[in-house]
Structures are given as C-alpha cells and as structure tokens.
Design a protein around this ligand. Structure first.
Ligand code: ARG
Length: 478
C-alpha cells in the first residue's frame, strides 16, 4: 500500500495469527504496520534451531521441577513432531505470524493447550533469538569452511599442474618480473586460507549459550543454564545476561569475514576478467562457464567472474549495515537488532554461492601457456635479474640497477625487445662485468628458477608452498 492514507489501513486489521503480547495491548497494529514490524519472512530459516532450543529449555524446566516431568515430555514429543513436519512440509510456516518464535509457540499451544503455554517460563524472545542465531551460525560456519576448503583445493590442483608455466607477474598492472601461474594461484590460496582462519576464530565466540538471560536480567526461576548450554552443544553459558541479548559481535565478525572473502574473490575475478580479454588471452573459460551476447554473435563473456566481483558490493554493504545498526544502540535489547539477520544471511548466502561458482569456473578453465610465456618477452621483465647478475659479479646493487636501466634504454633506442637481443660487446660498454653467461641468466625460466627463497616463484618452492597449504587444510575446521 503506497498511499499514505491511514484510514485505508484501519480496514485491514491484522486478524490471523495470535501475538505473544496480546495481554497488554487491546489493539493490534493494522495489517501493513504489523507486517512492517514482523520478521517471519527472514527468521523462518531459524525454525529448526528454535525448536531445538525449546526442547532443551523444556527438558531443563522439567528437570528443575519448574514444570511437571510429563509436561516436559509432552512438550518434547510435540516439538520433535513439529520439527519433522516442518522438514517434510506437513507443517507450513504461517507467514502471518510475527516471527518464528511466535509461530512455533503458537502451534505448540494450539496443539497442547496449557501445556504449550508452559514452554516460555524463564525465557524471552530476546535470549531466544540470540540462541537461535548462534545455533544456526554454528551449523553454517562449518559448511562455509568446507566450501572454502573445496575452492582452495581446486585452485591448488591447478597450481600444481602449472608450477613451471611461466607468466608475467604484475605490479601497477605493468609487467614486472616473470613468475609462474602456479605461484600466482597459490597467492590467491594463501588469502583464502586466512579466510578459513577467520571463520575458525568467529566460531570460538559463537560457542556460548545465551539461554537463561531472559529479556535482559535473567530470571528468578531456578533454571540450569549450564545444563541447557551443554545439551545444545555449547562450551558454556554466556557471562552476563544484558550482554547476552545486546551482543551481536559474532554477527559483525562473520559479516566481516564474509566481506573479506568476497573482496578476495572479487580481486581474483578481476584477474580472470583481464586474463580472458582478447588483449591478454591467458585463460580459456569453459563454454559452460561463460555467457554470450544477445546482439553480438561472437561474444563469450566472463559473466561469472564479473558477477562474483559485483556481488562483493553486497557483503561490504551488509557489514556496514550491521555496524551502523549497532552503533548508538542503548543497552540492552532493542528491536533494531531484528534487522541483523537479513544482512547477515545475505552475506552468508552470497559467500557460499560465490565460492561454489568461482570453484566451478576455475576447475574447468584452461590456460594459454604459450601466450603467457611469450608475454614475458618484450617488457624487460629480466632487468631486475640482470642487475642481480651484476651484484653477483661484485657490483653494488645501486650501480647495478643504474647499469641495467641504461641497458634497457639502449635496447629501447635500438628497437630491441629484450636485453638478450643485445650483443655482449654492446653490454660491455655499460659494464665490463657482463660475460657470455648473462644470456642464460636472464631467460624467463632462469629468472624464475633463481628466485627460490621461501615464498618465491621457483617451481620447487611453489611445490613446497602447495604442500604447506594442503597440510593446513587437513587440520580440522570447526
Ligand atoms: N523477532 C525479534 C528479533 O529478531 C525477536 C525478539 C523480539 N523481542 C522483542 N522484545 N520484541 O530480534
């Protein structure tokens, strides 16, 4: 409804689902206003976690004698049935409900009457939603870690076949020094492996149970917070009840981890887009991982890489959204916090699909190794190695740098494309230390092979880097 006429809204009184707070307020918001403050469309994905939390809570209430043992048993059986029915589709989530917590409790009460009305003792939706979200994320993070690991493995497989594939390395997008495709791909993997570490870190702080914090101040009922925390697989209960309902650091940390992953994927995708251009032509994306044009018959576009690059905007936006949401919120719970889920879920979904798409695109890609190697000739990528050659012959590096620069100038003036095109006598006019062995020292392959320090592009060294990453991947994810 786009007209601002509130009288129109009155006619649309929200009737269907009962709300949990009906006792205090005689009137319910109009339909549009009710829908505005509802969150069921977003938090419906927490249904299973909500039931899981309620089962642990009800069992604990029974053990503590707050509700009868048979009441606890009936609640548990009905909640278990509801979980199955939701799974099979026999029970559909009512989109007219306010949120997933109201929906689950509503169905429970509809089916069990007063027994259903006992489940919420010592609990508030504030600790409930914090619990549901943490439980959900504890399930999602390992799946994202697995997607990361799969993507890294695919890239490492490609790197392994290309430890000897010479290509230009770039700084300022200008040809800089020869490296290998394997070296370049392992550079990507090093970033993704740190991303996995960030997920592992967030997991530690997710692993505390807020149940029992109530609305903000705990409860006078004799709950056993330790027991529910254990039953739900947490390392323990949260420390402070106000912090428990106000804290969304775990959401921020995850959103940040997601936006860093997407920033990585975006940069890799930019490399791919450049490599796929006619000017570079380093990479051949599989036809099934490319798209055509509706007008230009010849086109084969790297749309997947472009879309991944584009989608990184979302995760950056979601992180900023969450930071802005939290900034200035008075302690403890505020309804603003309901807005956390849409942004976070979008970041998680985006990362998952982009990791899978990037992996598929890269697994099926092939490389024009001849063109990559040929691109190492013509930009004087060997100039640094020529200077280092002179350093090995005893020249101070600064002098060697000047000599190599003058040689490059000589080449340019003579229309030559590489230092190797210059005769030894010509080289000697710039430094007596040039010998016949200079020509072998400055082939692209020799330049790469010589840079064999830890981290360098030499084929054996890149092989070692691949092994180190593979070993790290074997270590357990959360
Ligand atoms: N739907 C709410 C959320 O996502 C649940 C908590 C509501 N609590 C409240 N006092 N209104 O945050």
């Amino acid at each position: 409804m786009l007209t601002g006429d509130l009288k129109d809204l009155k006619k649309n009184q929200h009737k269907s689902a009962p709300v949990l707070w009906a006792g205090r307020l005689a009137e319910k918001p109009e339909a549009e206003a009710f829908a505005f403050q509802a969150s069921i469309t977003v938090d419906q994905r927490l249904a299973q976690e909500d039931i899981q939390g309620s089962r642990a809570h009800a069992a604990m209430l029974g053990k503590q004698g707050i509700i009868g043992a048979d009441t606890a048993a009936r609640l548990d059986a009905e909640l278990a049935r509801m979980a199955e029915e939701l799974e099979s589709g026999a029970l559909a989530i009512d989109m007219a409900a306010e949120d997933i917590h109201s929906f689950i409790e509503g169905v429970l009460t509809e089916r069990l009457g007063d027994v259903g009305r006992m489940v919420h003792a010592g609990r508030s939706r504030n600790d409930q939603v914090a619990l549901d979200l943490r439980l959900y994320l504890k399930g999602v993070v390992p799946r994202l870690c697995a997607a990361l690991v799969e993507t890294i493995k695919t890239l490492l497989d490609q790197a392994e076949t290309h430890t000897e594939t010479i290509m230009p390395g770039y700084t300022h997008l200008q040809r800089a020094q020869p490296v290998t495709l394997g070296h370049h791909l392992v550079a990507w993997c090093a970033g993704l492996e740190r991303d996995r570490g960030r997920f592992t870190d967030t997991f530690k702080r997710l692993d505390e149970c807020p149940l029992g914090a109530g609305a903000l101040a705990g409860t006078g009922l004799p709950l056993d917070r330790e027991a529910t925390a254990m039953a739900l697989g947490f390392s323990g209960p949260t420390l402070n009840s106000m912090d428990s309902v106000a804290d969304r650091d775990f959401a921020l940390e995850l959103a940040a981890a997601c936006s860093i992953i997407m920033t990585h994927l975006s940069r890799f995708s930019e490399d791919v887009v450049i490599w796929a251009s006619e000017e570079f032509k380093f990479i051949n994306l599989a036809e099934s991982w490319s798209t055509g044009s509706s007008i230009m018959p010849q086109k084969k576009n790297p749309d997947f890489a472009e879309l991944i690059r584009g989608k990184s905007g979302r995760t950056t936006g979601n992180l900023v959204c969450l930071l802005t949401l939290l900034k200035g919120l008075p302690y403890s719970y505020d309804k603003d916090l309901q807005e956390d889920k849409e942004a976070l879920f979008d970041s998680l979904d985006t990362v998952r699909s982009c990791l899978r798409m990037f992996r598929g695109m890269m697994a099926s890609a092939t490389f024009n190794t001849d063109r990559m190697e040929a691109a190492c000739t013509g930009g004087f990528l060997e100039a640094t190695d020529a200077a280092e050659y002179l350093v090995r012959k005893g020249l101070p590096f600064r002098t060697a740098h000047e000599v190599a620069a003058l040689v490059v100038r000589d080449c340019v003036a003579a229309g030559q494309r590489s230092i190797a095109e210059r005769a030894l006598e010509e080289l000697k006019t710039r430094s007596e230390r040039f010998e016949a062995d200079i020509y072998d020292a400055i082939t692209p392959a020799a330049c790469v092979k010589a840079r064999n320090l830890p981290g360098g592009p030499a084929p054996e060294e890149v092989g070692r880097q691949i092994r180190v990453l593979r070993e790290r991947l074997m270590r357990a994810s959360p």
